[in-house]
Design a protein around this ligand. Structure first.
Ligand SMILES: NC(=O)c1ccc[n+]([C@@H]2O[C@H](COP(=O)([O-])OP(=O)(O)OC[C@H]3O[C@@H](n4cnc5c(N)ncnc54)[C@H](OP(=O)(O)O)[C@@H]3O)[C@@H](O)[C@H]2O)c1
Length: 306
C-alpha cells in the first residue's frame, strides 16, 4: 500500500488528528527552520491556525503537494503563496458558531448601551438609559454563508428583518450588485464576506454614507473590507456605530483614533479560536485526510475567485 505523507504544523495537530488511515505518515513542519525528513513526499499539508502562511520557498520543497487544508475560514493570507495546481480547502464551520456568537454579542451590546452601563457600574452609578430592541430592525447580511446565516437566525428570533446578499442572486438572497439600493434600509450591516479583490473596500466612504443615521457596522470578517478612515470619520461624527472584531491594520495601533470613537466596540480578532475549537478543526482535518486517501471528493474546496 502506497504511503501518503501529511505535513502538520505543530505538536497539537500531530497528537490531535489521529487516528488516520494506516497508510498515512504524519510529519511536522510549519515551513520555518530546518525541514524534517520526508518533506519532499508531502501530498497533504495542514496550515497553522492564525499562524503565518508557509513561505513560498518551503512550499517549493514539496513537489508532490496536492492539498492545503486550513483551519480558518479565511484564506486571504494563503492565496498569494498557493502553488499552481494545489487544491485549497478552508476551515468553514470550525469557527462559524463562535464568530457568529461574538457578532451577536457586539450588536446587542451597542443596541442595549452596554458600554455606558459597564462604565456606570465602575463608578457605582445607577444610570438608566433607553436602549433599542431588535424588533423591526433591518439586518443586512453581507455574505450569506455560515456566519451570516447563523447571525441572521439568532437576531430574527428577536424580530430583526434580514436582507441577505451574496456573490450571486438566488431565492431569498440579493446579488452584490444590488448593494447600493439596500444600504439605506440597513439598521445593522453584518460584514461576513471573505476578503477578496472584489470585497476589499466594499464598505467605502460612499457606501457608509448611504447607511441611515445610527446604523451599526459589525465586521467580523476581515478589516480591509471596510474603509477604516471613513468608518472613523462616521463614528467620530456620532453618525454610525461599529462592532469590530477585525480591523485594518491589525493589530490596531494604540494611537489609532478608532479606539476612542464613540459607540465603537473593538475586540482583537477573537471571533474564532474559542476553547475547544481544535476538536472541530482536527476532526475536519482527520475526515479530509481520510477522504484524500480514499480518493473521494474533499469538502470545503475554495474556488479560484476567492
Ligand atoms: N473574526 C474571526 O475570528 C473569523 C472567524 C471565522 C471567519 N472569519 C471571516 O469570515 C468570513 C466568512 O466566513 P463564513 O464561514 O461565513 O464563510 P462562507 O460560509 O464561505 O460564506 C461566505 C459568504 O460570502 C459570500 N461572498 C463571497 N464573495 C463575495 C462577494 N464578492 N460579494 C458578495 N458576497 C460574497 C458568499 O457568497 P455565495 O454564497 O454566493 O458563495 C457566501 O455567502 C471568512 O472568509 C473569514 O474571513 C472571521
Amino acid at each position: 500500500m502506497a504511503t501518503t505523507t501529511v505535513c502538520v504544523p505543530n505538536e497539537a495537530a500531530r497528537d490531535g488528528i489521529p487516528p488516520v488511515p494506516e497508510a498515512v505518515r504524519i510529519i511536522m513542519w510549519d515551513g520555518f527552520g530546518d525541514p524534517p525528513a520526508g518533506v519532499a513526499d508531502t501530498e497533504f499539508l495542514l496550515g497553522a491556525y492564525m499562524g503565518k502562511p508557509m513561505p513560498v520557498e518551503s512550499l517549493a520543497m514539496m513537489p508532490r503537494l496536492r492539498v492545503i487544508q486550513l483551519l480558518s475560514a479565511g484564506i486571504d493570507l494563503w492565496r498569494p503563496v498557493l502553488p499552481e495546481g494545489v487544491l485549497l480547502c478552508n476551515g468553514r464551520g470550525v469557527h462559524g458558531g463562535s464568530t457568529a456568537e461574538l457578532a451577536v454579542t457586539g450588536i446587542l451590546m451597542l443596541l442595549r448601551h452596554m458600554p455606558h452601563f459597564v462604565s456606570a457600574q465602575q463608578g457605582h452609578a445607577w444610570s438608566p438609559e433607553t436602549g433599542e430592541s431588535l424588533d423591526g430592525k433591518g439586518l443586512l447580511v453581507l455574505g450569506s454563508g455560515d456566519i451570516g446565516n447563523r447571525v441572521a437566525a439568532a437576531l430574527e428570533v428577536f424580530g430583526a428583518v434580514t436582507t441577505r446578499v451574496a456573490r450571486t442572486a438566488r431565492a431569498g438572497v440579493h446579488g452584490i450588485d444590488e448593494l447600493p439600493e439596500l444600504l439605506p434600509g440597513a439598521d445593522i450591516v453584518l460584514v461576513s464576506v471573505p476578503l477578496t479583490h472584489q470585497t476589499r473596500g466594499l464598505l467605502d466612504a460612499r457606501a457608509l454614507a448611504a447607511l441611515p443615521d445610527g446604523a451599526i457596522v459589525a465586521n467580523i470578517a476581515r478589516g480591509p473590507i471596510v474603509d477604516t478612515e471613513a468608518l472613523a470619520d462616521e463614528t467620530e461624527a456620532g453618525r454610525l456605530r461599529a462592532f469590530l472584531d477585525v480591523t485594518a491594520p491589525e493589530p490596531l495601533p494604540p494611537e489609532h483614533r478608532l479606539w476612542s470613537a464613540p459607540n465603537v466596540i473593538i475586540t482583537p480578532h477573537v471571533g474564532g479560536g474559542t476553547q475547544g475549537w481544535s476538536r472541530r478543526g482536527f476532526q475536519l482535518a482527520r475526515d479530509q485526510i481520510a477522504r484524500y486517501v480514499a480518493g473521494e471528493m474533499l469538502h470545503n474546496v475554495v474556488s479560484d475567485d476567492y
